[in-house]
Design a protein around this ligand. Structure first.
Ligand SMILES: *Cc1c(COP(=O)(O)O)cnc(C)c1O
Length: 230
């Protein structure tokens, strides 16, 4: 089923790129494999997928160990500071940085391992109470502070849009994130680039692509429904 799903997703991604007048290469499809077994990851790899998203530190570590091939692991979930040390050298990008304290921890752990860790700032674009992420207003001040750290590199913004029936309802939030990224890019802050816009999930990735997403995070649409009870 994973192969068939990937064919469908790929077709829809290509069409959305076409509608938006964008090149397919501008959009990275991240297969969100959280809660799914290693065999599912291997199945997706057969289709050429190398970018995988996880939201739990333990799960990244387990899958990282179990799969010898070099993959791009994306940390997309809320990250506790005491767990940063386990993944800072295993992930290609942390999408979910929403505080200076967390960024400082990442910076310290990255320093110990002699690397620079690429990060995104998670923005609560829709202003939902239930979500992590900083508000649109808080984003630039936070970036100004994080930019001073030597071993993290801000590469852009990420948002998790609300769960909606009609993806069109999220278009305004994707537009808001794009606008914020353009505004921040214009400030030319040292050590900051705004090349990545991580937005769009199974229910709304086509709208996100139309509004400028450079990374989409698709779980259910590739691997099927998640079972949290096991
Ligand atoms: C689970 C998750 C996704 C994927 O969600 P689907 O609706 O299954 O595509 C994307 N982004 C984040 C941050 C997630 O936690």
């Amino acid at each position: 089923m994973i192969h068939e799903n990937l064919v469908k997703v790929e077709e829809r991604v290509a069409k959305a790129c076409e509608r938006a007048g964008r090149k397919r290469e501008e959009v990275t499809l991240i297969a969100v494999s959280k809660t799914k077994p290693v065999d599912d990851v291997k199945e997706a790899m057969k289709d050429g997928i190398i970018d995988f998203g996880e939201n739990k530190v333990q799960e990244i570590m387990d899958k990282y160990e179990a799969i010898p091939e070099k993959l791009n692991w994306h940390m997309i979930g809320h990250l506790q500071r005491n767990k940063v040390k386990y993944i800072v050298d295993k992930v290609c990008l942390i999408h979910s940085v929403d505080s200076l304290r967390l960024a400082i921890q990442i910076d310290e752990e990255a320093k110990k391992k002699n690397l620079v860790c690429p990060i995104l700032i998670e923005v609560n674009a829709a202003g939902e109470d239930t979500k992590f992420g900083v508000s649109v207003q808080e984003t630039e001040p936070l970036i100004q502070e994080i930019a001073k750290l030597s071993n993290v590199k801000i590469k852009g913004l990420m948002t998790i849009a609300p769960f909606v029936e009609d993806a069109e309802e999220n278009r305004v939030h994707f537009q808001a994130l794009k606008k914020l990224s353009v505004d921040i890019k214009r400030k030319n802050i040292d050590n900051v680039d705004m090349s990545i816009l991580s937005m769009g999930m199974t229910g709304d990735y086509e709208v996100a692509i139309e509004e400028g997403a450079t990374m989409i995070r698709v779980g259910t649409g590739i691997f099927g429904n998640r079972n949290y009870s096991i």
